[in-house]
Design a protein around this ligand. Structure first.
Ligand code: CP
Length: 318
């Protein structure tokens, strides 16, 4: 194992945030700085290094009030890869069940000398609320339909690895734009880095107001297939919907599902990504999800590197 600490240097002076709450508030330079650091971490991991002892004296808590596979595991792994301790918190087995509030819960955990809270919650704004009320760093692991910044960053990193740049690319986000925090983080990040963004889905799930921030909207997937360099296939978030926004899953899949026939009408080098979890047969068929254009598992690998970068930048400042 190569000890990379001595080559790693310090957190760049251009980064001075203690929290990562969303991509809307970051500048293009800050986003690029995270991506560049993530790329470095990814290269070190690829070499086979499993420990880069940069945050040896730090302790993080995974404070998840919603289910997660990718984000929770990769934040935990990322923290351990750079030497931090990780405590897992599950709301269902905590004293939340006895009526304790989220702020009392968080303050009690912080009182145990915690350096960082990684929070996922169904209520938009929860990470910002905690950041305003705690002394430790707060990283947003997804707040309702608002933002999922590390997902946006890992999506963008995956796209940049494939195309070299975001400038001038056309990225289509397809599906449940209305309830997708991934869509929002993608939109802010992609626009800041010079990509053209199209949101596409049923009119009940795609607001025309996106045009106010320079995003094209569209209700017909077949009209945009040959223009997109990247298709980001979003899950229908039934858990956030009050009313069913379309008649049936079969109809949704017929109109917006990515399948082999549609793949034949895309650009030759189109990139297929999806934040996961994917619902095979709904937004994507297995032949597309597992096909040669898909970078779905590559995204997950990049997620560890992105989260290592986010943790190091927010916690590693002198
Ligand atoms: N993409 C994503 O956030 O997945 P999880 O819900 O499994 O963390």
């Amino acid at each position: 194992m190569v000890n990379t600490t001595e080559h790693w240097g310090e957190v760049p002076a251009a980064w001075n945030r203690r929290h990562l709450l969303g991509l809307e508030e970051l500048s293009a330079e800050e986003i690029l700085l995270i991506l560049d650091q993530a790329e470095r971490f990814r290269n070190v991991l690829k070499r086979g290094d499993r420990k880069i002892p940069l945050l040896n004296d730090k302790t993080c808590v995974n404070l998840f009030f919603e289910n997660s596979t990718r984000t929770r595991v990769s934040f935990g792994l990322a923290a351990r890869r750079i030497g931090a301790d990780v405590i897992e918190f599950a709301a269902s087995t905590s004293s939340i069940a006895k009526g304790e509030s989220i702020i009392d819960t968080a303050k009690n955990i912080e009182a145990m000398q915690i350096d960082c809270v990684i929070v996922r919650h169904s209520c938009p704004g929860t990470p910002k609320f905690l950041a305003e009320n705690l002394r430790c760093s707060v990283l947003n692991a997804g707040d309702g339909p608002h933002e999922h910044p590390t997902q946006g960053l890992l999506d963008i990193l995956t796209i940049r690895q494939r195309f070299g740049t975001l400038k001038g690319l056309t990225v289509a986000l397809i599906g449940d734009i209305a309830h997708s925090r991934t869509a929002r983080s993608n939109i802010w990040g992609l626009k800041k880095l010079g990509a053209n963004v199209i949101v596409c889905g049923p009119s009940t799930l795609v607001s025309t107001h996106w045009k106010d921030v320079g995003v094209e909207y569209c209700y017909n997937l077949d009209e945009i297939l040959d223009r997109a360099d990247v298709l980001n296939l979003l899950r229908i978030q039934f858990e956030r919907q009050v009313m069913r926004p379309f008649p049936s899953i079969a109809e949704y899949s017929h109109l917006y599902g990515m399948n082999g026939a549609r793949m034949r009408r895309t650009k030759e080098n189109v990139l297929i990504i999806a934040p996961g979890p994917i619902n095979r047969g709904v937004e994507v068929t297995p032949e597309v999800a597992d096909g040669s254009h898909s970078a779905i598992l590559e995204q997950v690998t990049n997620g560890v590197a992105v989260r290592m970068a986010a943790l190091w930048l927010t916690l590693g400042q002198k």
